[in-house]
Design a protein around this ligand. Structure first.
Ligand SMILES: [Zn+2]
Length: 180
């Protein structure tokens, strides 16, 4: 849609599969917008699990939960405007993490957008910085269990600069702590 020159996360997943001999890669996209570009690039590839949680309705309008990809390796989770941290955490515990677990990825790639923060001007979710730290830690748990700790994170959206800075720093802090 013009926001990205390259589909970085999709390219990374395919590179890992085609050049590093991995068999399964999972992408978790918690940016507040549907990861429509990523989905477009990976929905035909059964080696890639793509999970996107996003506010709906919201731009770009895609990402209905009925859209599950060509091989049922796409999981779209629609979050209502006003979804807060406790609700977000419950959905991730109940739906996202079990699905990633069942896929048993050998690499976990995170589309880390921070525009689901309550301060973000472009969307209406109510997450706090601590929720991003929490989801980062839980994703590291999964990476430790299935991927020998391999987790790659790519910065995506975030339009309140203070919230973006705080959230990105909290996210990286957890990644750094977990990499020791
Ligand atoms: Zn976004």
């Amino acid at each position: 849609m013009g926001f990205c020159l390259f589909g970085n996360v999709a390219i990374a997943a395919k590179y890992a599969l085609d050049h590093h001999g991995l068999k399964r890669v999972a992408i978790v996209d918690f940016d507040v917008h549907h990861g429509n570009g990523t989905q477009d690039l990976v929905h035909e590839d059964p080696r890639i699990l793509f999970v996107s949680s996003h506010e709906m309705p919201l731009y770009p309008g895609t990402g209905d939960p009925s859209d599950t990809g060509d091989h049922d390796t796409v999981l779209n989770i629609a979050l209502r405007q006003g979804t807060d941290g406790p609700s977000f955490r419950k959905i991730y515990e109940d739906v996202v993490f079990p699905r990633v677990e069942a896929f048993r990825p050998e690499l976990l790639i995170v589309s880390a957008g921070f525009d689901a923060h309550r301060a973000d001007p472009l969307a209406g979710l109510m997450l706090r910085t601590s929720d991003f730290a929490w989801v980062t830690g839980r994703l590291c748990d999964l990476a430790d269990k299935h991927c020998a700790g391999r987790v790659v994170s790519a910065l995506e959206g975030g339009y309140d600069l203070d919230a973006l800075a705080d959230s990105a720093a909290a996210h990286v802090k957890v990644l750094e702590e977990r990499s020791r």
